[in-house]
Write a protein that binds this ligand. Structure first.
Ligand SMILES: *Cc1c(COP(=O)(O)O)cnc(C)c1O
Length: 379
């Protein structure tokens, strides 16, 4: 099955009870048993729920995995991956990372005795320098948020395999439409399904997909034992979102390209961060591991000051100033004070998240309206 068919049919069956084409919302906590243990595969909805299972099968299918897991948020999904670890284990992570992931690692798991190395991974060979006998996990985000750096998944996976370390990739920005980390050698792919997979800014959810059955068993054990699952209503909504992922992504890419090119030519703009530019330092890797460059763009205005960035954001009308990304509507954001506020200023500025940086999630509106909006705001 091709990707654009998998989004609609992958892992799906019509409901066995009445043939409903969409999986019903099984709003139930428990399932009748005829005798203790005599059930139809469902006992209690933390462990299994038919609507959630339909969604989890869809996650596995679109990521070319064998097993999918759905969680109450993206961070809950990351939290489950971290619970594969034990005290004294070490993690090598991207330094230019979603702020919430950084907070989870440094404010919670560091206190449980796990050691983190936050490093630049654009040169994959840099990763090997930090590997020792305690290294258990490499955590990659690509494209990175908000600097749009690209990390070579295949090269990182070769290093991970050589040292028997698990490689996990946060695929939230790219989505499987643009990039399929499991096929490039990653062991775990993670999503904030809140973003492009849900796609309509109406559900908070997280996802994991894996190929290896032993890893799937361990993660399922954690999902059930820790309990950070999502409900059946939300599962239904994200399943519906995934059905149009490919058509939405196609438009996000077209609009993203047009906005990036418009900004790059604008006399008031200093720098535009978008992996589709040939001048982007990792453009070649982006081109080889992605099927397009997506709708996420960051930029700084000339003069490089905080007030100017805030003024642009405040003047945008079609772009809404809000946290999050990946919905049908265009959003603007100020990483230094919003998504990345939990990262100390010195750390933030080292990776380029300066006070003048603006991030756009380019939606699927008519491109003329998006450009006109930027034009008037920059004026
Ligand atoms: C939003 C986001 C997360 C966290 O997901 P939630 O659903 O908000 O918990 C993790 N990684 C990336 C790249 C994100 O954009």
């Amino acid at each position: 099955m091709k990707f654009n068919t998998k989004t609609i049919h992958g892992g799906q069956e019509h409901d066995p009870a009445y043939g409903a084409v969409m999986p019903p919302i099984y709003q139930t906590t428990t399932y009748a048993q005829t005798t203790p243990g005599g059930h139809k595969g469902y006992e209690y909805s933390r462990s299994h729920n038919p609507t959630r299972n339909a969604l989890e099968n869809a996650f596995a299918s679109i990521e070319n995995g064998t097993y999918g897991l759905a969680f109450g948020s993206g961070l809950a999904a990351i939290d489950a991956v971290m619970k594969l670890l034990k005290p004294h284990d070490e993690v090598i992570s991207t330094n230019d990372l979603y702020g919430g992931s950084f907070r989870l690692f440094t404010k919670i798991f560091q206190d449980f005795g796990i050691k983190f190395h936050f490093i630049g991974m654009q040169d994959a060979s840099n990763v090997e320098k930090y590997i020792n006998k305690n290294t258990k996990l490499i955590w990659v985000e690509t494209p990175t948020n908000p600097m749009m750096n690209i990390i070579d998944i295949k090269a990182t996976s070769d290093i991970a395999k050589k040292h028997n370390v698990i490689l996990a990739v946060d695929n939230t920005f790219a989505t499987p439409y643009l990039q399929q980390p499991l096929d490039l050698g990653a062991d775990i792919v993670m999503h904030s399904a809140t973003k492009y997979l849900g796609g309509h800014s109406d559900v908070v959810m997280g996802a994991l997909a894996v190929k290896d059955t032993d890893l799937a068993d361990r993660l399922y054990f954690i999902q059930n034992a820790s309990g950070a699952i999502c409900g059946p209503q939300d599962s239904f909504l994200v399943l519906r979102g995934i059905k149009t992922l490919h058509v939405r992504m196609q438009r996000h890419c077209e609009n993203g390209k047009a906005v990036a090119k418009y900004l790059q030519k604008h006399p008031k703009i200093e720098k535009v961060y978008w992996p589709g530019f040939e001048s982007h330092p990792n453009h070649d890797i982006a081109k080889s591991q992605m099927n397009g460059f997506g709708g996420m763009i960051s930029f700084t205005a000339k003069g490089n000051n905080y007030e100017r960035a805030i003024k642009i954001i405040e003047n945008l009308r079609v772009f809404t100033l809000a946290e999050s990304l990946g919905g049908v509507e265009s959003l603007s954001g100020h990483p230094a004070s919003m998504t990345h506020a939990s990262i100390p200023k010195v750390e933030r500025e080292k990776i380029g998240v300066v006070d003048s940086l603006v991030r756009l999630s380019v939606g699927i509106e008519d491109i003329d309206d998006l450009i006109a909006d930027l034009e008037q705001a920059l004026k």
